[in-house]
Design a protein around this ligand. Structure first.
Ligand SMILES: [Fe+2]
Ligand SMILES: [Fe+2]
Length: 476
């Protein structure tokens, strides 16, 4: 037995705690194992006799993603990747799922508790039968009744509780599975149901604040969903956009990032096998050929512009989120003034924090009342309010059981960008500039069938110093 092992076992036996063998191995191999163990035991909702790895706090300190600064290629601050998945740690083991959900619950419940009304929230296993109880839990079941009552089950790390809520005046509570909420109310006589008598408290967005600004008026351009390779890719308009970047088109020249940034928020190409029968809709049926044509086009972008390419659900990476950056096989064809990131990614562009997420989860959110594909801004607000980019686990958005939850919105960004829905929108919300630039693909047969009108050939320009914005429309 190693010295460290002895130390850990002594620490546990002093406190009369029974560890699983995996817990000991984990703590011994951890650079600050005893500190982690102590913190984890302190934060247990209820005292425990048996401890397993899932009781350990997800360790944010030992593996912080290190910001990666790209080489400076233009006369502007380099693109910095503040936060993204570096490599997949998903092993499919049950413990990884537990660790992922623990990370989600711990982080979000801490944010719910920042609301003054939730400061004294207790755990679900320690409720007071006679008084008002404040509780925080993860939604595990939702039943809506026709009389406006909603029965919800919530869980924390140790217990489960039924809640009864009212959807008064037709205002939807818009509850989602797996989101973390706080409520207060009184228990029924049997002690198995909490009658909620207050509004739902969602994770805190922080106070309204001014965005960080660049020191110089650099322009960042945001585009998404190019879908190169699709038969409905708007090639002429795209080429016009590239010419415009080169100063060759007389249209809003003041918004050309010279120097500046260009961010592609996913679905750079149309891919193959993204949906059944896609081949019939493609003009380029080989995905590597699609990237190769894209690289030729991107090579025409002046190198005073630093381009960032994030993948989406049509790109040649795993579908499960978080998605890793495009493979080296693709990247090698592109120039030096490009940064390939994971999805999602938190970027630092000249001091401005930009959160980019392709937006597959908007397919889940659209099922909520009053939300639709042509209003992506409303859906983005719902994501920000829940401080999570893909709140529902196991719906239309495939999520990888990574040990950490990379889809948490841990830091409130200055700019929040999504794509995927092919609708253009810009709005400010609580000091955050939200946007969805639209697409470079004309209406597809599927969209026509669904009666959906996309917004093709748009780019959204932002002055990173003043935060002035301009939607640029290349349909001319
Ligand atoms: Fe798309
Ligand atoms: Fe997409």
């Amino acid at each position: 037995m190693s010295v460290k092992e002895k130390e850990v076992i002594a620490w546990l036996s002093e406190r009369k705690l029974m560890p699983s063998p995996e817990l000991i191995t984990h703590v011994v191999n951890h650079p600050e194992g005893l500190v982690l163990l102590e913190k984890s035991v302190e934060s247990l909702a209820t005292p425990k006799l048996f401890l397993s790895v899932s009781d350990l706090l997800v360790d944010e300190v030992s593996e912080p993603p290190k910001p990666v600064s790209r080489p400076k290629v233009a006369d502007i601050p380099p693109v910095i990747i503040e936060r993204q998945i570096d490599k997949s740690m998903s092993d499919g083991k049950l413990e990884s799922f537990v660790s992922l959900f623990n990370d989600r619950f711990t982080t979000l419940s801490r944010l719910v508790r920042r609301n003054p009304s939730m400061r004294d929230a207790g755990t679900l296993s320690q409720l007071n039968p006679d008084e008002e109880n404040q509780v925080i839990g993860m939604v595990s079941e939702i039943n809506t009744f026709s009389n406006g009552k909603v029965k919800v089950a919530i869980e924390d790390k140790n217990a489960r509780l039924n809640l009864m809520l009212n959807e008064s005046d037709g205002v939807s509570l818009n509850l989602l599975h797996d989101e973390v909420i706080g409520v207060s109310g009184k228990l029924n006589r049997q002690g198995n149901m909490l009658f909620v008598n207050s509004p739902i408290v969602r994770p805190h967005l922080g106070r309204y604040r001014e965005a960080s600004r660049a020191e110089e008026p650099y322009i960042a351009l945001f585009i998404s969903d190019i879908h190169l390779g699709s038969g409905t890719f708007k090639e002429n308009e795209w080429n016009k956009f590239v010419s415009w970047l080169n100063g060759e088109v007389d249209y809003h020249k003041e918004w050309i990032p010279n120097p500046g940034y260009l961010v592609v928020a996913g679905d750079a190409v149309d891919g193959i096998d993204s949906y059944p029968g896609q081949e019939a809709d493609l003009s380029i049926t080989d995905v590597w050929e699609q990237y190769s044509v894209l690289s030729e086009s991107v090579a025409k972008i002046p190198n005073t512009i630093q381009t960032v390419i994030m993948p989406g659900n049509h790109d040649a990476v795993r579908l499960m989120e978080p998605q890793l950056p495009l493979p080296d096989k693709v990247i090698k064809d592109f120039g030096d003034n490009l940064t390939f990131t994971a999805n999602p990614v938190l970027l630092d562009l000249a001091g401005v924090k930009v959160l980019c997420y392709h937006g597959k989860s908007l397919d889940d959110l659209v099922s909520l009342r009053d939300l639709s594909y042509d209003n992506p801004m409303a859906m983005m607000k719902e994501l920000l309010n829940r401080r999570h980019l893909a709140p529902i686990y196991g719906a239309k958005t495939p999520l990888a059981p990574e040990k950490q939850d990379h889809l948490l919105i841990r830091d409130v960004p200055d700019i929040f960008v999504t794509g995927h829905v092919h609708s253009c929108g810009v709005e400010r919300y609580n000091g955050i500039l939200m946007m969805n630039p639209g697409t470079w693909q004309a209406q597809t047969a599927y969209q026509k069938m669904m009666g959906f009108q996309p917004d093709p050939c748009r780019a959204i320009a932002v002055n990173l110093q003043t935060f002035d914005t301009q939607v640029l429309d290349f349909n001319f």
